[in-house]
Design a protein around this ligand. Structure first.
Ligand SMILES: NC(=O)c1ccc[n+]([C@@H]2O[C@H](COP(=O)([O-])OP(=O)(O)OC[C@H]3O[C@@H](n4cnc5c(N)ncnc54)[C@H](OP(=O)(O)O)[C@@H]3O)[C@@H](O)[C@H]2O)c1
Length: 254
């Protein structure tokens, strides 16, 4: 199968591309480093020629303000138009659990709008909503630091290893389109402020974590239902502590 992975050099995209290659598929990892830009449309027609499946694992750049809304909506328009021209048979997109509940964040508003474009495009699709990757905890820390203090919401989260998400995406890419949104989460549910406290504590970081229900999360206020999946979500097996022990952060030196 000819499969193009947009964002195929990113955290989850490169793992999806490697899994599909190991499975014997003809995989092209595409992004700005290979001359493909979904925001301008550059390189899309060339890279999609002959593609059966497109996996979109691209991402906006931090700090995830207003430009991320334009990234997802413009990017989806260019990508879906090019897929229609190329006759792509399955569009697989990775998104975040809770996207449709976080309207006040430009990042999530952009993702929700892009997902509506996918559903209306006529291209057979599967959207995978995953909870936060364990790897993303560092970005949460960086976004929340002020004066040596991390002010974080106590909202419930159920993060997941990006390797588990990549496995699910690779399996989806070679299957029939669901024409629906599926959900995927990690095995443990915990309060965001508690998990980050444990994360930075394990690394003996100099930051204090303050639990604050009013702390915004990339522009959105959270409650206990904002970031957790529906009951029918599929759960992956790798617990946080196993991931942390294997990760580069286990040896981090602040
Ligand atoms: N992080 C999480 O916790 C999490 C959880 C659930 C879902 N997700 C979703 O998973 C997706 C991937 O996240 P990630 O953390 O793996 O991303 P990432 O590591 O930041 O990688 C992003 C990729 O997108 C490419 N890209 C950026 N701008 C582009 C453009 N204009 N045109 C084409 N490619 C572009 C980048 O390559 P170049 O720089 O070469 O262009 C890179 O390969 C995102 O949609 C995210 O919302 C993330």
């Amino acid at each position: 199968m000819n499969i193009v992975v947009i964002g195929g050099h990113g955290l989850v995209g490169r793992q999806v591309a490697a899994l599909l290659r190991n499975d014997g598929h003809n995989v092209t990892a595409a992004s700005r480093v290979t001359g493909v830009d979904i925001v301008t449309g550059a390189g899309l027609d060339d890279v999609l020629a002959g593609a059966h499946v497109v996996v979109d694992a691209s991402n906006a750049e931090p700090p995830y303000g207003e430009p991320s809304y334009a990234f997802f909506t413009t990017g989806a328009r260019h990508l879906l138009d090019a897929e229609q021209r190329a006759g792509v048979k399955h569009h697989v997109s990775i998104s975040v659990v809770g996207t449709d509940r976080l309207e006040s964040s430009p990042y999530f508003r952009g993702k929700a709008h892009a997902e509506a474009m996918i559903r209306a495009s006529g291209v057979p699709y599967t959207i995978l909503h995953a909870t936060h990757f364990y790897e993303f905890l560092l970005a949460i820390v960086e976004a929340a630091i002020a004066d040596q203090v991390l002010r974080l919401s106590p909202a419930l989260i159920q993060p997941v290893a990006s390797s588990d998400v990549a496995e699910a995406m690779a399996a989806i890419a070679v299957g029939e389109p669901f024409n629906a949104t599926l959900e995927l989460a990690g095995p443990e549910r915990e309060r965001m402020s508690d998990l980050v406290r444990r994360f930075v504590g394990d690394m003996e970081s100099p930051f204090d974590v303050v639990t604050d229900p009013g702390a915004p999360y990339f522009g959105a206020l959270l409650d206990d239902g904002s970031l957790v999946p529906r009951a029918e979500a599929r759960c992956c097996t790798m617990p946080f502590n196993t991931w942390l022990r294997r990760s580069e952060y286990a040896r981090a030196n602040w």
